[in-house]
Design a protein. Sequence first.
Length: 441
Amino acid sequence: MNRQKYWNPLLETMPREKLKQLQFKKFKRILTWAYTHSKFHRALYDTAGLTPDDIRSFDDIKKIPKVEKSMMRDIQKKDPYPYGDALCVPLEEVSAFRQTSGTTGQPVYQPDTLQDWDWWAECWAFILWSQGYRAKDRVFLPFGYNIFVAFWAAHYGSEKLGCEVVPGGILDTQARILKIQELNATAMMATPTYVLNMADVAKNKMGIDSRELSISKITCAGEPGAGIPSTKKRMEDAWGAKVYDHCGATEIGAWAYECEDQPHGMHVNEAMFLVEIEDIETGHIIEEPGRRGKMIITALDRIAQPCVRFDSKDVIEWDSESCTCGRTFRLIKGGVLGRSDDITKVKGVLFSPAAIEEVVRSIDGLGDEFEIIVDKQGDVDRIKLKVELLPEVTRLSVENTLIDQLRLKTNLRYQIEYYDYGSLPRYEVKAKRFKDLRKKQ
Ligand SMILES: [Zn+2]
């Protein structure tokens, strides 16, 4: 077995049938744990008339009720404060507090034990090793070290591999760039929005070409960008570095990663997570590649507040190809394709903001920023797209390509507004580029 290539060769190259047996065994274990220790889970399964003993085959797993984010918010009104009754360990065993960003409502609080935090670091060790991180790397982490989980687990995952970690905490963007330059950092991690923003600040405010810095690999999270080919290319060109995608969430863990072979998708860490894809309209579980649905996920080893069949609302699809890297963990094609909340019908056509990002970022004369606003004019849906022209680029030189590509990729027409470079809002972490004003009416 090749210890050099895989973090855990046994798990990452396990034959699929064996892997499925392992997932089933672990699913029953975490289900039993939740049923036995969490009042919330016990009530949920009792109401459905199910106990862990009723789960006798892999097929039975889909009988277990899903957990919605809204349920997790309701729990927090119960004891013990502030987590509520999904907590499976005594409160004094909780060693870490984090919370969700609350972009879709009241934040959810996440308790973890020290064992859970080790587990988080282990999840990240799979990711980083597969992306070529090794002990010789000096990893720069330009994020606010605060109540949000962000790259906290990446910090500990990097340490676990023996990398040297530089916490870029409350430094501003310019100070972070100077520190990367001073220390010759070899890798960093950030949202795609911030990766592009840092390169922009370096170039336009500091006269530093980010390609001249020593960063050779960047791991992204938080937004679909690293899975969108044109955005990935912009980041790789700006930094002269390899850009890799990964996916994680506060309530779930770090569940998927793109390996060094960059297969235009991500491996699901199937030794530590069970991912099911549910058809959004019928509710059936999709086994075959090429059909989109929303992800239902179970973290198979997380204990303080278990994540069992959590409805993540991430839209994904299985890839029909296996990866050239030799890992048997399945690939999700193109990474996370969007949120089921964001995928909406406009003029009767299914519409995903990620498709527009792909088009805008594939056109050389346009800047990185854009904004999409959907509203109604009378009874008719209208989509406004705001884009920025790069300095010295004329509207005429990009207009036809943009209109054609948008029609080709999305089947919709847009009202396009052109802005000077630098006039649309810039974001530090996650961008808010899509607004659906119809929802408030
Ligand atoms: Zn691979």
